[in-house]
Design a binder for this molecule. Structure first.
Ligand code: ADP
Length: 271
């Protein structure tokens, strides 16, 4: 009986050890799984534009007697695909730096109102070229205490998406105001909108509702994942309000500590 009890307790201890080791390995296994999925996604995302570049160049090279002028469309297609690849690689490098915790916040006081007005000047030609009507309402002289480059990147992602997913003739607006000492920045478009069931998923890496449309517009499927990371690093939050076929609003709130000055001349609850 003594031997049987001893064997049973050894077996129980071994089983417990095996189970505990399995549990301890779970996060590692999940990390491997995520890594594998990420590499598969990256390979796929890079292979697709590369195939487009190759097929366009193949056509351009097929007729040795033709001139560059004859092949301008094929060359143009190949060129814009390489631009998309460049954007994808930039976004991938940024994501890799996020994962490696390599991004250091370079925090200082800067004029957020000026930054947004500069962004507007940069984006206006794009909106014009896409025949979109652009308006803005920016609270004046708001000084933000944060990383200027990351805030610019976040708002650029919203504006870029509004331009990609709003058909010609539509509207886009950018607003910035202070609400109860928090900063609120929003971009509203009258574009294709997002179904309720998709609104959470669009923040996942590589998730696109319509892959073909996103690719055609130069999308990488990484913009909102990066935007969400920037917002959360500021202890901020992104909200989406959208209706399929009617348009979307992407709103980010930066918490109290990010306002370096409270302008006396303005109404804090100004909308
Ligand atoms: P992408 O580079 O594909 O635009 P994002 O991560 O920025 O990647 O966005 C993910 C997906 O969310 C897009 O592919 C698109 O389907 C959807 N989306 C983002 N912004 C908008 C918008 N303003 N209107 C409609 N759909 C949008």
């Amino acid at each position: 009986l003594l031997i049987a009890t001893g064997v049973a307790s050894i077996l129980a201890a071994a089983l417990l050890g095996w189970w505990l080791a399995g549990r301890a390995m779970m996060p590692v296994r999940h990390a491997w799984q995520r890594q594998r999925e990420f590499i598969a996604d990256v390979s796929h995302e890079l292979r697709t534009p590369l195939t487009v570049v190759q097929s366009n160049l193949d056509v351009a090279l097929a007729d040795q007697d033709s001139s560059i002028k004859d092949n301008i469309d094929w060359l143009q297609n190949a060129y814009s695909e390489t631009e998309n690849m460049g954007q994808l690689i930039n976004n991938l490098l940024f994501i890799a730096r996020i994962d490696a915790r390599e991004i250091k916040f370079n925090t200082y006081d800067f004029n957020l109102s000026d930054l947004l007005n500069q962004l507007i000047s940069r984006f206006e030609p794009l909106f014009q070229s896409k025949n979109l009507i652009f308006t803005s309402a920016i609270a004046p002289n708001v000084i933000m205490h944060s990383d200027e480059v990351l805030v610019r990147q976040l708002v650029s992602i919203f504006l870029d998406n509004a331009s990609k997913y709003t058909p010609a003739g539509g509207t886009v607006s950018l607003k910035m105001c202070l609400i109860q000492n928090t900063i609120e920045i929003s971009v509203t478009d009258s574009g294709i909108g997002i179904d309720d069931s998709e609104q959470e998923k669009i923040f996942r890496r590589f998730y696109r509702i319509d892959k073909a449309r996103s690719r055609k517009q130069g999308g990488t499927g990484l913009g909102l994942a990066i935007a969400a990371w920037i917002a959360s690093e500021h202890r901020g939050q992104i909200q989406v309000f959208s209706k399929l076929g009617e348009g979307s609003t992407f709103k980010v709130h930066f918490p109290k500590g990010t306002i370096a000055n409270i302008p006396r001349t303005m109404n804090y609850n100004q909308q």
